[in-house]
Design a protein around this ligand. Structure first.
Ligand SMILES: Cc1cc2nc3c(=O)[nH]c(=O)nc-3n(C[C@H](O)[C@H](O)[C@H](O)COP(=O)(O)O)c2cc1C
Length: 340
């Protein structure tokens, strides 16, 4: 019987050849601090496409220079970023994978020399700068920056856009009551805290009608923070706004100790999938084909996001296929590798 991990998955007009997604991972490799794609990015992402990942989502890519996590982040804040990203999507797609991009703004978690901004003027911890609380004008400009970034992502040929609303970055800072102490229409009630993300999605949708993912942190690991129940409600709103899949991670909005074990976030993906009736991706310490197949066969998530294991093994899909007793396609250049 065909393994579900290697079965196709259709989102709108896009068909992924399998359920394996390379999760976004910052490579901090723009040595010139200009946000441009480097030779390293080409080799790194294209290797995973050659390794038969179905969808390669490139790292958190900053929608404004001030929204970078570090000075070495990839950027999409200007039209000049488009040619490099285009070359990258062409190469990824030539190797049979779909290409996705994670659009991001770090907010108070930007480790930058200049001023940083956030919903409220509260530093993440003593190692981070105190951010400036955003004015309404800055909020509107940032929402616009996400739209411009989506427009450029489309021009660059990406198949999927993922909005980074997790890990305590800007959008997550608006969502969580731990980081959002605003008293205007962007803070206070759950609906107000959701407003920034809603506006980002509404703007993005004016220029993007392709597959749209949102990554969330489904648990703040803090007694006054958000839990997966809150994210069931948020998940339902995201679905209503036309989001195709929720990539379910957790934590990092405030410093907290997280007990991580194999598949520790799968239960959040499962709950959101069933209770909000929306497709989800599972991520976090999923390292084996058997684990991935279990999650899919038990209908706990729709896609499997792999991060660190793909750093250790760029050909992980092949490793997983072997483990599951099945075979997968090779790039045609490698077919001789199977003839003895
Ligand atoms: C080097 C590195 C960089 C990461 N950068 C990002 C990122 O840009 N965006 C994001 O949403 N998550 C990022 N993550 C988190 C991963 O996408 C993933 O959620 C996490 O590593 C757990 O999955 P894993 O156990 O398969 O590694 C990063 C993780 C690593 C190890």
């Amino acid at each position: 019987m065909e393994k579900k991990l290697f079965s196709p998955y259709k989102i709108k007009e896009l068909t992924l050849k399998n359920r394996i997604v390379m999760a976004p991972m910052c490579m901090y490799s723009c040595e010139k601090e200009d946000g441009f794609v480097t030779d390293f990015h080409m080799t790194h992402y294209v290797s995973r496409a050659v390794g038969q990942v179905g969808l390669v989502i490139i790292e958190a890519t900053a929608v404004t220079p001030q929204g970078r996590i570090s000075h070495q982040d990839l950027g999409i804040w200007s039209d000049e970023h488009v040619p490099g990203l285009t070359k990258l999507t062409e190469q990824i797609k030539q190797s049979g994978a779909a290409a996705g991009i994670q659009l991001a703004h770090a907010g108070r978690k930007a480790a930058l020399r200049d001023e940083i901004i956030a919903p409220s003027a509260i530093a993440f911890d003593e190692k981070y700068k105190e951010p400036k609380a955003m004015t309404i004008e800055e909020i509107k400009k940032t929402v616009e920056a996400f739209r411009l970034a989506a427009e450029r992502a489309k021009l660059a040929g990406f198949d999927v856009i993922e909005i980074h609303a997790a890990h305590g970055y800007l959008i997550n800072q608006f969502l969580s009551p731990l980081t959002n102490k605003r008293e205007d229409e962007y803070g206070g009630t759950a609906e107000n805290r959701f407003r920034f993300l809603r506006e980002v999605l509404e703007e993005v949708k004016t220029v993007w009608d392709g597959p749209l993912f949102v990554r969330v942190s489904a648990y703040d690991y803090h007694e006054e923070g958000l839990t997966v129940d809150d994210y069931v409600t948020i998940g339902a709103s995201l679905k209503e706004l036309g989001v195709d899949l929720i990539d379910v991670s957790s934590g990092a909005v405030v410093p907290a100790r997280i007990h991580a074990y194999p598949g520790y976030q799968v239960k959040f993906a499962e709950k959101i999938k069933h209770e909000a009736d929306v497709a989800t991706g599972a991520v976090g310490l999923i390292t084996t084909g058997i684990q991935a197949e279990e999650i899919l066969q038990n209908d706990r998530a729709d896609l499997i996001f792999i991060a660190r294991e793909l750093l250790r093994d760029p050909y992980w899909p092949r490793t997983a296929a072997k483990e599951l007793g099945t075979s997968i396609e090779s790039p045609k250049q490698y077919e001789r590798g199977w003839i003895f």
